[in-house]
Ligand binder design. Structure first.
Ligand code: DAH
Length: 339
């Protein structure tokens, strides 16, 4: 039996010397140490030994088993670390190779200018509010002093959902909603989308953007309106910018005006941007009509206010020198990435 054990040890040693994979190693472990393995088979015969021999052979058998077990463990560790080395070598990253450039998105020109306008008004203490794009006829027209038969409706044809519900043609309905929801003193701007049943061309779109402004308090006068809008023009187009207030008519303001700024491109001399005028119109404004204040639940005897409406697309086109507003909606990356 001693001889048998010695042979097992030798054979195992030889087999382990040649092993080259973890699978092979496991097969060897099973062959020699497993329940049905060679060593177990020998141990089962120990019952036939004399009482003197048994402990001696038992000790040798144990030594052989421990020897094989520890050799198997060593070999397993070696094979695992060799496998890890091979994998690491395989996965080596060459950090000197040029990377793949990732396109970074950025703000749309409409958002760039809108953010600027918001910041300018926030700096003057205005809150930013919003109103629904699907609006009641009452807020879009009626409460703004534009009754059913008023000619102003002709220039603002829109998309009707029912006789009384429509896509708003202007952000002015936000004036009434703001007055209903808040008490004076009131200082808000309300940017958003508006809709008109217009065909698309270089200066028209059935969907565009406006920014409404409203200030209501005791003792508000036309000079507050002028100071505020002059500040806006100077912050948007530079401190040299001049403003010009021309009389105009809007049903919801009295008196009303249109506001021009000196052309920021030519400084007022006349160029292609201002069509030789030296001035470009940027907004409509006026003192809130007493009827409109009343419709908003505000006493016109006690309070007065001014309002204004800016076309965002116009501002953007002047700002970046664009001559076709369709470029703002086509989402052509070659155009958008220039801003
Ligand atoms: N809502 C007008 C439009 O779409 C613009 C406007 C003019 C708004 C005068 C105002 C205002 O608040 O006072 O043509």
């Amino acid at each position: 039996m001693r001889q048998q054990l010695e042979e097992i040890r030798k054979n195992a040693e030889a087999a382990l010397g040649e092993v080259s994979s973890l699978e092979e190693l496991d097969a060897i472990r099973v062959k020699y140490l497993g329940k049905k393995g060679e060593l177990t088979a020998v141990l089962k015969q120990m019952g036939g030994l004399s009482p003197e021999e048994r402990p001696v052979v038992g000790q040798i058998a144990n030594e052989v088993r421990e020897y094989i077990q520890s050799e198997v463990d060593n070999k397993a560790a070696q094979l695992k670390s060799a496998a890890m080395d091979a994998q690491l070598l395989n996965e080596t990253i060459d950090v000197t190779l040029p990377g793949e450039e990732c396109e970074v998105g950025h703000r749309h020109p409409l958002s760039i200018v809108l953010d600027e306008v918001k910041e300018i008004f926030q700096g003057m203490g205005f809150d930013i509010i919003s109103g629904p794009e699907v609006e009641l006829d009452y807020y879009n027209f009626e409460a703004l002093n534009i009754p059913k038969d008023h000619p102003a409706r002709d220039t603002q044809d829109t998309f009707y959902i029912t006789d009384n519900i429509l896509l708003r043609t202007q952000t002015s309905p936000c004036q009434i909603r703001a007055m209903e929801e808040r008490k004076p003193p009131l200082r808000v701007i309300s940017p958003g989308r508006v809709y008109r049943s217009d065909a698309v061309d270089a200066t028209h779109s059935p969907l565009f953007h406006q920014i409404e402004g409203l200030v209501v308090d005791e003792g508000i006068t036309m000079s507050d309106l002028k100071g505020t809008l002059d500040t806006l023009a100077k912050k948007l187009y530079g401190p040299e910018t001049k403003t010009r207030f021309r009389p105009h008519h809007f049903p919801f303001t009295e008196p009303s005006c249109e506001v021009d700024v000196s052309c920021f491109k030519c400084g007022g001399v006349g160029c292609s941007m201002c069509k030789g005028e030296g001035w470009v119109e940027i907004l409509g404004a006026g003192m809130v009509h007493p009827k409109v204040l009343k419709n908003g639940g505000i006493d016109p005897e006690k309070y007065s206010g001014f309002a204004f409406g800016l076309g965002l697309e116009r501002l953007v086109m002047f700002r970046f020198g664009l001559d076709d507003m369709r470029m703002l909606y086509e989402n052509d990356v070659r155009f958008l990435e220039q801003f």
